[in-house]
Ligand binder design. Structure first.
Ligand SMILES: [Fe+2]
Length: 324
């Protein structure tokens, strides 16, 4: 079939009407973006001869994605999260804001309001029978190598089955989620468990999209971080543990060479005793370098909908101890 109607005045005028160009009210930027988006999709329908069956099955898939709140999962799978990072890297380079540990995607599973500890925290609740002890430490430094004391290191990760507390209701509140404030040497330390990688649910709408592309939906074992300190650039990043089959094949495209960290098995009784553990453990070391900035808006994480964030903000503002 060779029917092409996109360029006709009828369709072009129709697009303007659909995008609200003839209306006084509404939001100018929303109209511009919708017009562009619809134009691209209308053209696509023309170019690929999209059939009604294909169109309506896509509508059905979108309904399923929304119904299962999976857009936040599909988003990194289709590379949008990484693309936003690539753009931010380019914006920083143009503004000559260089240096610091690389950023990578936040993902959709942060929960605001985790308990705050000074220097050290135990992150796991001891209830995961398969949890292998992880000793996670590091130092926060500025670009000159000077330790940053009082930096806020927010850490969250999955359990041994790849589940996150809050979203996985079988886990206790804030399990494997902590905020640790660095000590005078800029150091933080956490006792936790080695996280497992995880995959998008088999057969779920996100999985259907990936399967249609011949792709898998697996992530390697990884640990998420927000790091912030006054006078420094807020950093959103994560580390991928070395040796996972998906370390360099992450469906969410979060892997960056500089952010792959080994988990070293420690069996020396003296080291075990020093940490007051009762058996071998795996040590993960992640030092963080923060870029400097005077701009207040760059010292905090950008806004986006996050679990419990609004409630936590409200509560902390009322208490006069805003943590964000
Ligand atoms: Fe994650």
């Amino acid at each position: 079939m060779t029917v092409k109607i996109f360029e006709t005045p009828e369709v072009q005028n129709f697009l303007k009407a659909v995008s609200g160009f003839d209306e006084q009210g509404g939001n100018h930027r929303a109209k511009q973006i919708m017009h562009r988006l619809l134009s691209d999709l209308y053209r696509l329908i023309d170019d690929f001869d999209v059939t009604p069956e294909e169109y309506w099955s896509t509508v059905s898939l979108l309904n399923a994605l929304g119904g299962q709140t999976q857009f936040g999962l599909l988003s990194p799978g289709l590379g949008f999260d990484h693309y936003l990072d690539m753009r931010q890297d380019a914006i920083d380079a143009e503004a000559k804001r260089n240096g610091g540990t690389p950023r990578t995607i936040e993902g959709p599973l942060y929960v605001a309001g985790a308990p705050v500890a000074e220097g050290f925290a135990r992150m796991d609740d001891g209830q995961d029978p398969d949890g292998e002890t992880m000793w996670l430490t590091g130092q926060v430094r500025d670009v000159d190598g000077k330790p940053v004391a009082g930096a806020k290191v927010e850490i969250w990760h999955a359990d041994s089955k790849g589940g996150y507390s809050f979203f996985d209701k079988s886990q206790s509140a804030y399990n494997l989620r902590r905020t640790i404030v660095t000590d005078a040497q800029g150091r933080y330390a956490a006792r936790s468990i080695i996280p497992s990688g995880y995959g998008v649910p088999e057969g779920a709408p996100t999985d259907q999209v990936l399967k249609a592309l011949g792709r898998h939906g697996q992530r390697p074992a990884h640990i998420h971080f927000f790091i912030s300190a006054p006078g420094h650039r807020h950093l959103t990043t994560q580390i991928n543990l070395a040796g996972d089959p998906y370390t360099f094949d992450d469906f969410a495209f979060a892997t960056r060479e500089e952010l792959v960290v080994p988990a070293n098995r420690i069996e020396d009784p003296a080291e075990i005793a020093r940490r007051e553990l009762d058996g071998p453990f795996s040590e993960v070391v992640f030092d963080i370098e923060l870029a400097r900035t005077e701009a207040a808006e760059l010292q905090v994480r950008h806004k986006r909908p996050r679990a419990l964030e609004d409630a936590a903000d409200q509560a902390s503002q009322l208490a006069g101890t805003a943590e964000v």
